[in-house]
Design a protein around this ligand. Sequence first.
Ligand code: GDP
Length: 444
Amino acid sequence: MAFEGLSERLQKTFSKLRGKGKVTEADVREMMREVRLALLEADVNFDVTKTFIKTVRERAVGSEVLESLTPAQQVIKIVNEELTKVMGTTAVALNNAPKIPTIIMMVGLQGAGKTTSAGKLVHYLQTEQKARPLLIAADVYRPAAIEQLQTIGQQLQVPVYDEGTQVDPVTIVEHGLTQAREQKNDYVLIDTAGRLEIDTQLMDELRRIKDLAQPNEILLVVDSMTGQAATHVAEGFNEQLDITGVILTKLDGDTRGGAALSIRAVTGKPIKFIGSGEKLAALEVFHPDRMANRILGMGDMMTLIEKAEKDYDAQQAETLTRKMQENSFDFNDFVDQLQQVQKMGPMDEIMKMIPGMANNPALKNAQMDPQDLEHLKAIVYSMTLQERQEPDLLNPSRRRRIAAGAGRPIVEVNRMIKQFKQMQTMMQKMSKGNLNGMEQMMGN
Ligand code: GDP
């Protein structure tokens, strides 16, 4: 995941302070040298790093840390606050037009994820606001771009306005906007052309589209994997087009993360969303405070809870609670649970949002392959109905039969039964109001 290197280095630096009764100015200086290197290595812009270090150092050598009984915590608190500040302090909502439609122009270099992000934003607006957007295909240079947008439109069941590749994009946008007004679409997203790098021709075209459409929002899509270049691109587009916000994509990859920390400070424009995967649902509102927590390995419970609320089926959750109380949790529920959790995203990413878990070595193995879930399901489906409800029946000969039926090795069947029993025991404890089981799981 993004920021891994930065996160590890910062935590290592701070761990040296832990347990220290007193911190000297020299300690702070030494530590800030390490933080500076960590930031530069993570591709944070040089000037941003310099200012950041200066601010943190000044605050840290102030009396609040040196005289504190818990200097390590104090320093981490300051770094956390300053990281949050550098990323913009609070989340910034989308601009809305006083009268529909709100017009959003998507700009960015080729391959940054512009078209995908347009689709993600539509999905976001549909789920959050039950919006009825129209997409306009104004990238006429890459024929595949129009097809890609059409496919996204079909997936999300939203109209896509296009006129092929032979018409001037400004004209296409003009006609598209007329259609949106007639059909009372509340949002219009314009997918514009990208280039491999910023050039005058592209900027002229984007400016003409801007002048005509008068968008409420010009969102620049930048690829966080491109490191320092992402910040330069943001600077360039902002100078030419006066963008209103940024979508930072591919934060699910192993990007070093510098762009997230630099763009706001360099351009003065907020990162409004981050892309965290290739799927259309993989878009998150950018919360600077939560991101700072993630970078410092402090988890991100808020995002986790929101994810759980969104992806978790309330009715299933209720049934589960009842089953826990009645002590009738069985193998069918086990598979349901795994499926629910899997919907939330890769397991290791989710676990990292739990405070204190980010650097847990056990997480290295916490990835759950979709294939594994299929295997588990095959094992459960090879059980008789009675066996699924009464796991105690599962003696060695039954286990052998199930393994053969599912086409999986017997050790896998045994492992799954063991996991199931652990889950069952934990649930019994929890339903009796005893949270020790949960705490044990969290490693407390
Ligand atoms: P465009 O040229 O800017 O329109 O870029 P596309 O939307 O075609 O995206 C380029 C590639 O990046 C595609 O393979 C997308 O699936 C991928 N992509 C876009 N956003 C993300 C993201 O947030 N995470 C990951 N992992 N891939 C992304």
